[in-house]
Design a protein. Structure first.
Length: 368
């Protein structure tokens, strides 16, 4: 996984996908009321909000503050038959293979001025259309791989029969339109399937796009509740937002945006909630480095050990890793400076087996 977390935004045409993308990246992808308005996937990089950076930046008098980043890829509206080339078909499915997670925008608002590609509002049907297309695309990949494995079986490689069994299990599920992530695959099976980059194995976040006056009270929207229940069954996450409102907030200066949010009963923009859920979904967290040159957030997977975390900064740091000098953000702020934290014995030296914690403020010692 790259340092930048990459999320693909998918959905049927006219569900508010490009409006949301514009809002969260201010990248200006064209949002128009007709299908296939998005031809090439638009990519927008946004900063991951983290109040700790500002505090550390002031403490260390840093010249520069560098937040972690999340990439959003706006993928054209899928339609029934995309896997067989309908609409703009396979071209877009290829773009989805590259991302770490999929955010599926589901329309949960009524609006007579915005046509629904399926003619009526039914979020669960819309989800099933997208899932079926992703299942069909995966079936093609799995069938090709089974053909190849069958040819290689003669080589006597002991892994191949195991891979074939895993592939056949997935193929049977996909044939019933069951995404691979719902098939309770074992760690071993997942490892064998890893190289296929299956679309239906990617973690999913459902973004329920509601009317502006429903954001704060989205629980009263029956469509949102139906999506939430559906998501729970597959261990997926949901975030309710109003793409239209996010677009309005994106245009405002920070102070006015905060006032606008307070008026609507929200504490933060929808983007912040999407990022938090994205981090949770992918088991990610951040450690921090701070000094006079810069204060920076680094994204790692939970459970990462110190040398591999150091490798995020530079491969030399991992190769020549000696020790990590660590103080927790909370301890550092409570003490007011690193020197004061050191006096209290709160700055620790950790070795190669240390498992990094969210908010660790780190200085790596290495020798190449």
């Amino acid at each position: 996984m790259s340092t930048n977390l990459e999320v693909g935004i998918v959905g049927l045409p006219n569900v508010g996908k490009s409006t949301l993308f514009n809002a969260i990246t201010k990248a200006g992808a064209e949002a128009a009321n007709y299908p296939f308005c998005t031809i090439e996937p638009n990519v927008g990089v946004v900063d991951v909000p983290d109040e700790r950076l500002q505090v550390l930046g002031e403490m260390f008098k840093s010249k520069k503050i560098v937040p972690a980043a999340m990439r959003f890829v706006d993928i054209a509206g899928l339609v029934k038959g995309a896997s067989t080339g309908e609409g703009l078909g396979n071209k877009f499915l290829a773009h989805i293979r590259e991302v770490d997670a999929i955010a599926q925008v589901v329309r949960c608002f009524e609006d007579g001025n915005i046509t629904h590609v399926e003619g009526s509002l039914d979020p669960l049907r819309d989800i099933e259309i997208i899932n079926t297309e992703l299942c069909l695309a995966d079936m093609e990949s799995v069938e090709k791989r089974i053909e190849r494995v069958n040819k290689l079986l003669k080589t006597g490689d002991k892994k191949l029969p195991l891979e074939k069994a895993a592939l056949e299990k997935v193929l049977a599920g996909l044939g019933e339109a069951i995404p691979a992530r719902r098939l309770s695959l074992t760690e071993e099976e997942l490892a064998l399937l890893k190289e296929l980059h299956l679309l239906t194995l990617k973690p999913v976040l459902y973004i329920t796009n509601v009317a502006e006056d429903e954001v704060a009270g989205s629980k009263s929207n029956a469509h949102v509740e139906a999506v939430r229940k559906y998501a729970e069954q597959e261990g997926a996450e949901t975030v309710a937002i109003s793409a239209k409102m996010e677009a309005e907030i994106a245009e405002l200066p920070a102070e006015e945006a905060q006032e606008f949010l307070a008026m609507t009963g929200l504490s933060e923009p929808g983007l912040n909630r999407i990022i938090k859920v994205g981090f949770k979904l992918l088991g990610l967290m951040t450690y921090l480095t701070a000094g006079e040159t810069e204060t920076r957030a680094w994204t790692i997977v939970r459970g990462t050990k110190a040398p591999q975390a150091a490798g995020k900064i530079h491969t030399d740091f991992e190769r020549g890793f000696i020790r990590a000098e660590i103080v927790s953000y909370a301890d550092l702020v409570a003490c007011g400076s690193k020197a004061a934290a050191r006096e209290k014995g709160l700055v620790r030296l950790e070795g190669k087996e240390y498992v990094m914690q969210d908010g660790d403020v780190v200085e790596f010692r290495f020798n190449v």
